[in-house]
Every structure is written in structure tokens, then in C-alpha cells.
Write a new protein. Structure first.
Ligand SMILES: C[S@@+](CC[C@H](N)C(=O)[O-])C[C@H]1O[C@@H](n2cnc3c(N)ncnc32)[C@H](O)[C@@H]1O
Length: 239
């Protein structure tokens, strides 16, 4: 159909535009970093090849592209943002460059490289210096991120659902960090059945809206908010 054809063209064109934001160094024999253009800056990311979190995944580019191209509707200036499974830090860097207070989190073994990339790309370039913190999904959440004092306007996550044994803990983490007015921005790469099942489970707690979809990459970008947030409002108003 014409609609189908136009969607396919749109997918092709925007995906090409997203992927053009990535560039590689000209004069080195082997790759030590990868470059990206977002939020008016050249961002250099140092990668490692020994684990999942050490390369930049295409979902991160999709999320960064959204943040940059929707910076009016989704204004990050002075907003509190946490990224879970931040990996090499591209999303956290772009959110910082767009004016947010960012907490970038991942497993302990990822934090050295994450901190390095974040520092290199945000020092003296952004309104609020981002911080890097350990957050292993489901572990010590109340101790490290107490509900009473942590409030995030946005939770960001790129490519955090794949074949790993921590899907319950991941859901628990979203649940712990998400307040009634928190917006989750989640870029999801679909690979296996597992992912579909996680989306169903996620929807038992959160209202989910697909805000973009790139079939050629198998990546969808979702916005989500707590399902029970409306119920909480009247009692708040009474106070
Ligand atoms: C596929 S990578 C995505 C990295 C980055 N968001 C990106 O898009 O480039 C998945 C990330 O989730 C992190 N991760 C996996 N299991 C985790 C866990 N149990 N707790 C915290 N982070 C975890 C990995 O360390 C890795 O950084």
C-alpha cells in the first residue's frame, strides 16, 4: 500500500540520517574510538571489545537522535535524568549536553570506561556535570537510590533487554526508580521472543507508547509512565 511504502521510505531515510551521525577516525591503523555528532558537539567514545557494555549499540543512537530532534517537546534543561545500563555513556553524554543533571549507571566493571568517556565529552561543555554511579539491576536499590530522596524526571535506557538472566531485576529497577511523574524513554532492540515477553510484563506496571519505530534496525523507541499514577493524584490534592 501507499502508506506502507511511505513508512518504509521514512524508515530508510531517518535510519540513514541517524547512522550518519557515527564517524570513524581517519588515520589510525586500528580503532581506538568512535565519533558521533549530536547536540552540536563532536563526541568521542572509547570502546572495548570484551563485553556487551563496551561498544555503542544502535539503540543508543536512536535515543540520542530523538533527544536532539525533540529538544523542545522533551526539554532536558535542569531535569533530573538517570540512565540505566549506560555502557559507554553516549546517551548520558547527549542528555548532559542538552542541559540535564545526569546520573549514568551500569555494572561496576563498566564504570571506569564510562566515567572516562563522560568526563572527556562533558567537561566544561555542559550546564551540570554528570555523575557516574554503580547500579546493578535489582541490587541494593533502596540503599543506593532511596525512594524518599531520589526523584528522576526521566529514566533512559537503550538496549537493556536481551538474552541475560536479569530481566526480573531490570523490571524491579524501573519500578523502584519511577515516580508518578517520571517519564521512561526506552530504546528497544528486538532480537528474540524474550523481548516481546518482557514488553508484556513491562506493560503490567507502565503505560507504554511507541514514539518511533525503525523496522530496518528492529528498534522501537518507547515512552512510558506508571500505570497507577492517576490513582495517586486525588490524595495528593487533598493535602
Ligand atoms: C547492550 S548493552 C547497551 C549499552 C548502551 N546502553 C548502549 O546502547 O550502547 C547493555 C548494557 O546493560 C548493562 N547491564 C547488563 N546487565 C546488567 C545488570 N544486571 N545491571 C546493570 N547493568 C547491566 C551492560 O553492562 C551494558 O552496558
Amino acid at each position: 500500500t501507499i502508506v506502507g511504502y511511505e513508512r518504509e521510505k521514512e524508515d530508510e531515510q531517518i535510519v540513514a540520517e541517524i547512522m550518519e551521525r557515527r564517524f570513524f577516525p581517519d588515520h589510525v591503523a586500528y580503532k581506538t574510538w568512535e565519533g558521533f555528532h549530536f547536540a552540536g558537539h563532536e563526541i568521542r567514545i572509547t570502546e572495548a571489545t570484551d563485553c556487551y557494555g563496551a561498544v555503542v549499540w544502535p539503540s543508543a543512537l536512536v535515543l540520542c537522535y530523538f533527544l536532539e530532534t525533540h529538544s523542545k517537546q522533551c526539554n532536558l534543561v535542569d531535569k533530573n535524568v538517570i540512565e540505566i545500563g549506560a555502557g559507554t555513556g553516549l546517551v548520558s553524554i547527549v542528555a548532559s549536553l542538552l542541559g540535564a543533571f545526569v546520573t549514568a549507571t551500569d555494572l561496576p566493571e563498566l564504570l571506569g570506561n564510562l566515567e572516562y568517556n563522560i568526563l572527556q565529552n562533558t567537561k566544561q561543555k555542559c550546564k551540570h556535570q554528570p555523575c557516574v554511579k554503580e547500579l546493578s539491576w535489582g541490587i541494593d536499590l533502596e540503599k543506593n537510590f532511596p525512594r524518599s530522596s531520589c526523584h528522576f524526571d526521566y529514566i533512559m535506557a537503550a538496549d537493556v533487554v536481551y538474552y541475560h538472566p536479569f530481566l526480573d531485576e531490570l523490571l524491579l529497577t524501573f519500578d523502584h526508580l519511577c515516580k508518578n511523574d517520571t517519564v521512561i524513554l526506552w530504546a528497544m532492540k528486538f532480537r528474540l521472543e524474550n523481548e516481546n515477553r518482557f514488553v508484556d510484563r513491562f506493560q503490567t506496571l507502565f503505560d507504554l507508547e511507541m514514539i518511533s519505530n525503525f523496522p530496518s534496525l528492529n528498534i522501537a523507541l518507547y515512552k512510558a509512565m506508571r500505570k497507577d499514577r492517576m490513582k495517586a493524584r486525588p490524595s495528593k490534592l487533598k493535602v
